[in-house]
Unconditional design. Structure first.
Length: 324
């Protein structure tokens, strides 16, 4: 069971309305609720406030967060887009009713619920100003106190604002892009760590800086997209390259193309050309390189070899251990 509480608040009668948070919340819900093949991913609960009729007060916000983390889910994920506040007592997420910053839901309370949760993995994602303070005790400014299984990803550091652009939060736009597949590994898995890496690389040194804090033994997959290569082909990597540093011998029988063959060259062999097709896929994914040849075609036609890159060796070991 994977549950996500997704909250977006635009309506702030006492503190200045926002314009992209509700849209961001809908985008996060739409990307999280299903994997790319249409299968069910997260069961999402969406709460938004864009007018007086839909306002979300602190009590509703607190109750929803408490309910989320009182579950035995595999993953309990909390996403918030709205106003944030920071002061000496810590950080706050503001509901529509907030007249001053400390009227909001304390991030210390959010962390308390997450720390006590029986869910296997607790993930907190905040697109709000000063959200980088999440997980940090006010009295211990340089240390995060996270129970095992907690991951926090925030739009900005504790002293930065979270910006909107073209009707959406900059952070959330990158977050959704990462979940769409931009941060997927070869097997199609998208983890909190890969999402952070995507966002971190996309923002320059003068932009708001995302913050990532975690205490986990294993990263979980937030969403699955189509793998870059059929997994049955990837699993063959340890059979084609049975030992570290192994060089696979090629010859013209592996290349299906007739053009460019010298007179007397052996003809393609179907079984070899099928293998060569898989090797070419490895090459395109930076798992393999030809030795002493500029391209795989040259390697085959000139009787050269090919070998795995460091990344290829990583996947060879995974395949060898039945981890793929």
């Amino acid at each position: 069971m994977r549950k996500a509480l997704i909250i977006g608040i635009n309506h702030y009668p006492y503190g200045g309305d926002l314009y992209g948070c509700v849209n961001d919340a809908y985008n996060v819900k739409n990307i999280l609720e299903r994997h790319s093949d249409g299968s069910v991913n997260f069961g999402c609960k969406l709460i938004t406030a864009s007018s007086t009729k839909e306002s979300i007060d602190r009590g509703e916000l607190k109750d929803a967060v408490e309910e989320l983390f009182s579950t035995n889910a595999e993953i309990a994920l909390f996403y918030f887009a709205g106003h944030g506040h920071i002061e000496a007592t810590g950080g706050y997420l503001l509901g529509s009713d907030a007249k001053r910053g400390d009227d909001g839901l304390s991030l210390n309370e959010v962390l308390l619920y997450a720390n006590k949760s029986t869910a296997t993995n607790k993930i907190i994602i905040l697109d709000s100003c000063h959200s980088g303070i999440a997980g940090t005790q006010p009295t211990v400014s340089d240390s995060a106190i996270l129970a095992e299984g907690i991951t926090i990803l925030t739009a900005s550091t504790s002293d930065q604002y979270a910006s909107e652009e073209d009707g959406s939060g900059i952070f959330t736009s990158l977050f959704v892009d990462a979940l769409s597949g931009s941060s997927a590994n070869i097997m199609g898995d998208i983890t909190p760590g890969s999402v952070y890496a995507h966002i971190d690389q996309s923002l320059g040194e003068w932009d708001q800086r995302p913050v990532f804090k975690t205490n986990v033994k294993n990263f979980v997959s937030l969403r699955k997209v189509a793998p870059s290569i059929p997994l049955e082909n990837l699993r063959l990597i340890c059979k084609l390259f049975p030992t570290p540093g192994f060089e696979f011998q090629l010859d013209p029988t592996f290349e299906p193309e007739q053009k460019g063959r010298d007179k007397g060259m052996p003809e393609p062999i179907e079984e070899n050309t099928k293998t060569f097709s898989i090797l070419q896929k490895y090459n395109r994914l930076n798992l393999l390189v030809p030795i002493d040849a500029p391209h795989m075609w040259n390697a085959a036609m000139e009787n050269k070899t090919c070998k795995l890159t460091a990344l290829g060796e990583h996947y060879r070991r995974l395949a060898e251990k039945n981890r793929i």
